[in-house]
Design a protein around this ligand. Structure first.
Ligand code: SF4
Length: 203
């Protein structure tokens, strides 16, 4: 009786993989785990290569030979008005100069004043934290059409550090009520303004 039970137990933990070759259940589980890890790793490598190829295809032509060095990284400037800025992408040209790229989703392919300010503040934060040179020209990438399978690169001339600091100085003065706010140049600014609900002055 004991002999039969032992044989049944042995059979239960043995799986015939091919004729004449068996492995016990632990080996089967291990083999499946290793296979799953290998499949996962290969999938990860393929997905990474596809993403890299897609990123390379989306680049502005002038960054074809550049190296992508930062993706969605935060930097902080020093000085009296510290800026904390999160960059979308940063490339390093063969000459060593860094170039900022910002991805935007909007209906029309245009660069706004806020894009210029945002990228200029990003440059200031990067230069202060990394002590590097960032190019005067950056790019905004906007999806082409509804499906957005390709991106339109729009060059942006960045503001000088002094201009960014002037804006920050004015912002502080506005917050302290020391200067009068100015009307925006266009009513379109009000339509897209994040403070519209609280403003009460929007036309
Ligand atoms: S909605 Fe108000 S705060 Fe916003 S831009 Fe217009 S006037 Fe300025």
């Amino acid at each position: 009786m004991h002999a039969m039970a032992a044989r049944a137990g042995r059979l239960a933990v043995e799986v015939v993989v091919t004729r004449g070759w068996t492995m016990n259940m632990i080996e089967v589980v291990l083999a499946m785990m290793i296979l799953a890890v290998v499949i996962g790793f290969v999938g990860w490598v393929i997905a990474g290569r596809r993403a890299a190829a897609e990123e390379r295809r989306q680049r502005p032509a002038r960054l074809r030979d550049a190296e992508l060095v930062f993706v969605e990284r935060q930097f902080r400037s020093s000085g009296r008005w510290p800026v904390v800025a999160r960059v979308d992408r940063v490339y390093r040209n063969p000459s060593g100069i860094l170039v900022l790229v910002e991805l935007k989703t909007r209906a029309s392919p245009m660069v706004t004043r806020s894009d210029v300010i945002q990228l200029s503040a990003q440059r200031m934060a990067m230069e202060d934290e990394l002590h590097v040179t960032v190019a005067d020209e950056a790019y905004v990438l906007i999806p082409r059409g509804h499906r957005g399978t390709s991106l339109i690169p729009l060059p942006v001339n960045l503001m000088a550090r002094e201009e960014v600091e002037d804006l920050m100085r004015r912002r502080e003065a506005l917050q302290r009520g020391l200067v009068e706010p100015r009307w925006p140049a266009s009513q379109r600014t009000c339509r897209a303004c994040g403070f519209r609900d609280r403003c009460g002055l929007a036309p």
